[in-house]
Design a protein around this ligand. Structure first.
Ligand SMILES: [Zn+2]
Ligand SMILES: [Zn+2]
Length: 327
């Protein structure tokens, strides 16, 4: 009876503390026969002669079996899941699309202009136009990263359908453990953004005309936006990395990708600004025009409970002030 009660209490403690794989729950037996939980050790000493291994032996597990079981549990969690497989496919599709857009540009614009240098062709590659469109795409992607990040940090909670587990959870967990992102591999870092960017690039492939014009430059802006959306999490990860490669540091110092010095503003309380994480160029602009306070005012007006539940954690007063302002 007492053992059963102790096991039940241990399981309640495990669930309450969201412990996984293995843990040691320390208990004391009261004189009246009731069990008291004293503390939980989420990573107890694993030596073969320590209490955890002794308890495992009592439960019929040899020491190698115990270690194998712990490793199996962790492996099952980090094994190939559907989302990881999708992320991998997303990266594959995006890389293939990038390799398709570049040759298409070359076939339609670069090669004719090189082959037909006999002055009959009026085609010239408008490198300046393409460069301006690419920079514009970079700015659009920076803006999008800010809006999505703001929404993840601010709107709804982890139980919000689809948005909760995919945006709210990772963005808010990022504030609890900002360095966790540096431990993600390439697929985990970039997979989701590839899944978003790949269909957009596919659309560009279909739309890309063979003459320059409004549609052509729009396609370049969209393609560059999609490409930099793909880069965003990588740039964000580098901004948290302790010792990035020299060339990454050079790009960060030059302000060409998100720098740690710039991004630290977002991670400083009350964490209500500098949401853009591709390069951060839009951050001072959006801060100046109080863009996110305006968004919060709109959301609060639609549904006062739609913003993150902890009022101390969000600029409630600012949001209310923005509502009070005549629109
Ligand atoms: Zn954030
Ligand atoms: Zn960050």
């Amino acid at each position: 009876m007492v053992v059963e009660a102790a096991l039940g209490d241990a399981d309640v403690a495990r669930q309450a503390l969201e412990l996984r794989d293995y843990a040691r729950i320390d208990m004391r037996l009261r004189p009246d026969g009731r069990v008291a939980v004293i503390e939980a050790n989420p990573n107890p000493w694993l030596a073969s002669k320590a209490e955890f291994a002794m308890a495992a032996r009592k439960a019929g597990r040899t020491y190698p079996q115990l270690i194998e079981e712990i490793v199996d549990l962790a492996q099952a969690r980090y094994g190939v899941t559907w989302s990881a497989a999708l992320q991998g496919i997303g990266i594959g599709v995006l890389v293939s699309l990038l390799f398709s857009v570049v040759p298409l540009l070359q076939v339609r614009f670069i090669r004719p202009s090189l082959l037909l240098r006999d002055e009959k062709s009026k085609r010239r590659i408008d490198w300046i136009g393409i460069a301006v469109a690419a920079v514009f795409g970079y700015i659009v992607s920076d803006l999008l990263s800010g809006i999505v990040h703001w929404a993840g940090d601010t709107v709804g909670d982890e139980t919000t359908p689809i948005f909760g587990p995919n945006f709210v959870k990772p963005f808010r967990f990022h504030h609890v453990d900002p360095e966790d992102i540096t431990r993600h591999d390439f697929v985990e870092t970039n997979g989701n953004n590839c899944i978003v960017a790949a269909p957009v690039l596919m659309l560009v492939l279909f739309l890309l005309p063979d003459t320059t014009g409004v549609l052509f430059y729009t396609c370049v802006v969209i393609a560059c936006t999609a490409f930099f959306v793909f880069c965003t999490n990588q740039f964000h990860k580098w901004a948290h990395q302790k010792n990035p490669a020299l060339w990454i540091r050079v790009l960060q110092r030059a302000g060409l990708i998100l720098s740690p010095e710039h991004h630290v503003v977002h991670h400083t309380a009350p964490r209500d600004k500098y949401y853009c994480i591709t390069v951060g160029w839009m951050n001072p602009v959006l801060d100046k025009i109080r863009f996110f306070r305006f968004m919060e005012a709109i959301f609060t007006r639609i549904d006062p409970k739609s913003l993150r539940p902890d009022p101390a954690d969000r600029p409630q007063k600012e949001a209310e002030a923005a509502i009070a302002m005549p629109s």
